[in-house]
Design a protein around this ligand. Structure first.
Ligand code: BGC
Length: 550
């Protein structure tokens, strides 16, 4: 027997209907340019390749693109080590290609949000070359330098995210420089006013070229403790699992990141972008207190518009966890706006990461796209997620990624090239003999071209779903309140003036029946196969349901 759904007092009581700015409730499509489309046959994706595929991007029903770095770079961290913030790396094309790409995106009504890497530059950037010359050079204080301890060891215990000490000794200056990522990525000293001005001028230069905003890389990393105090140890706790194998997670990052001096700098960024129409600033935030920091960085009209939340990029997959993460965000009174993602260029693809019994299932990847983009917030879909791509296994001799990543084997598995046409060489990604990473055979079978012709494909599901959700203001701007349904089901209502929707998603590979409050009219099921009977809904494996209060 099915129990009537109890009207739970909404734990989330502080939300209001959101404004109609384009980025609220928007879906952005993340393009990793090396792996999207190669137009010149060198095995690496490029800007012209992106332009060629813009009709495809538009067909997905997304509102815009987040484009990972394409700037001049020695590619030690594949573009996250910038040697010229205003230059296009020749492997990606020219400034003219970039202008053309921006124009073509705008013609199609797509916004463009580009990455801005503020925390560090490349060690080949002229600023760093000058800074490391000596202690009196013009840019001497543009990076974070410190003397060795009396015994020659590094100034403190800070660690690099990618492993080892975050300090590298430079014999020229006789000092250590600080790098939270690779040693080829020295940290800029954002405490220095000239550095702040230069970074703001860079942002202005790109805004003047027509970009619609920035994804601000590694934001909490940007300012360190001025006294360079040691981080405290973080005792291992039960359930820490895999992550604690990495020494970086054995410290509380009290002093190496998330310092209060960041706030005035972020306000300057916001003030700059407010001079342009319809800009979006999205922070990448990942620290010891991600929710608090996210809210702090994005609360109110002087701060950033939104922040990219890491909560759903983990191995944890349960309705209780998903609910807790969203509820935590909205549990206090604030104006902040989250952005959710299930996959990106740093994480194991969700089709594999959350696969039940290690078996990726297209019913699940469909349900996940629907669930992600039904949450209150904006959402990011990573290239290939619309095809249901799985994490690729890259043999050790073909690995490229220098960063440790969440798997311990690097991040290449989520960065393999887009499969466009399974019948072509390299699945249509490049005319070269091979891409910079191989296209796995299982991906060639999931290529966009074949999915395009299949009405039941993941690709066509994504297209229909994203178009459909745009017709429902409640999904774009509404409040969210979770409902108790079943331990395998994420269920919530979304509400704006005049529209209340009930959304339910079965995370499991078994059938689940949940109660349905009276008065809901069943909406398009998108093939998620829910069946209603009286006051109950049967959700098959990975099924989903949408109802509207009549
Ligand atoms: C980017 C990574 C990069 C790191 C350092 C991150 O948050 O997403 O790909 O390695 O910043 O720039």
């Amino acid at each position: 027997m099915v129990m009537a759904m109890t009207a739970q007092p909404a734990k989330i009581s502080t939300q209001k209907e959101a404004g109609t700015e384009w980025w609220r409730g928007a879906v952005l499509y993340q393009i990793y340019p090396r792996s999207f489309m190669d137009s010149n046959g060198d095995g690496i994706g490029d800007l012209k390749g992106i332009t060629q595929k813009l009709d495809y991007v538009k067909s997905l029903g997304v509102d815009g693109v987040w484009l990972s770095p394409f700037f001049t770079s020695p590619m030690a961290d594949f573009g996250y080590d910038v040697a010229d913030y205003k230059g296009i790396d020749p492997i990606f094309g020219t400034l003219a290609d970039c202008d053309e790409m921006i124009t073509e995106m705008h013609k199609r009504g797509l916004k463009l949000v580009i990455d801005i890497v503020l925390n560090h530059s490349s060690d080949k950037h002229p600023w760093f070359i000058d800074s490391r010359k000596d202690k009196t050079s013009a840019k001497a204080d543009w990076y974070v330098w410190a003397d060795p301890k009396a015994d020659g060891s590094p100034p403190n215990n800070w660690l690099s995210v990618f492993g080892g000490s975050a300090w590298e000794f430079d014999p020229g200056r006789g000092q250590y420089y600080y790098h939270q990522f690779l040693k080829q990525q020295p940290d800029l000293n954002i405490r220095n006013a000239e550095v702040q001005e230069e970074l703001l001028a860079t942002a202005k230069w790109w805004l003047d070229r027509g970009v619609d905003g920035f994804r601000m890389d590694a934001l909490p990393h940007c300012i360190h403790d001025a006294q360079l105090r040691d981080n405290p140890a973080r005792p291992l706790s039960k359930g820490d699992g895999k992550s604690t194998i990495h020494p970086y997670s054995m410290q509380w990052h009290k002093y190496d990141k998330t310092q209060p001096e960041m706030i005035p700098f972020l306000k300057k960024f916001r003030a700059l972008t407010d001079q342009y129409k319809d800009c979006m600033l999205v922070a990448e935030v990942n620290d010891d207190k991600t929710v608090e920091t996210t809210i702090e960085y994005t609360n109110g009209p002087e701060m950033l518009h939104t922040a990219y939340d890491f909560s759903l990029l983990t191995h944890e997959y349960s309705s209780a966890y998903l609910r807790r993460k969203v509820e935590e965000f909205f549990a206090t009174e604030h104006d902040a706006w989250p952005s959710w993602a299930l996959s990106n260029h740093d994480s194991i693809r969700v089709a594999t990461r959350w696969a039940a019994n290690d078996k990726p299932d297209v019913r699940q990847t469909k349900m996940l796209v629907a669930m992600l983009t039904s949450l209150r917030g904006s959402s990011f879909i990573y290239q290939g997620e619309e095809l249901g791509l799985t994490e690729a296994e890259i043999p050790p001799e073909k690995r490229q990624d220098p960063g440790i990543g969440s798997t311990g084997t690097g991040r290449d598995g989520c960065r393999t090239p887009m499969p466009w046409n399974g019948a072509e060489k390299n699945a249509g990604f490049t005319a070269a003999n091979g891409g910079w990473l191989p296209v796995p055979a299982e991906h060639a079978a999931m290529a966009a071209m074949s999915q395009n012709n299949d009405p039941n494909s993941m690709l066509n599901f994504t297209r229909h779903f994203l178009q459909w959700r745009k017709q429902h203001a409640a999904l774009l701007r509404g409040t969210i309140a979770f409902e108790d349904a079943d331990k395998n089901v994420v269920a919530f209502t979304r509400e704006v003036a005049g529209e209340k929707l009930f959304c339910a998603f079965n995370l499991s590979p078994g059938t689940v029946t949940i109660p349905l409050e009276a008065g809901y009219v069943t909406l398009d099921g998108h093939g998620l196969a829910a069946k209603t009977q009286g006051q109950s809904v049967e959700l098959p494996a990975f099924g989903g349901y949408f109802g509207k209060k009549g």
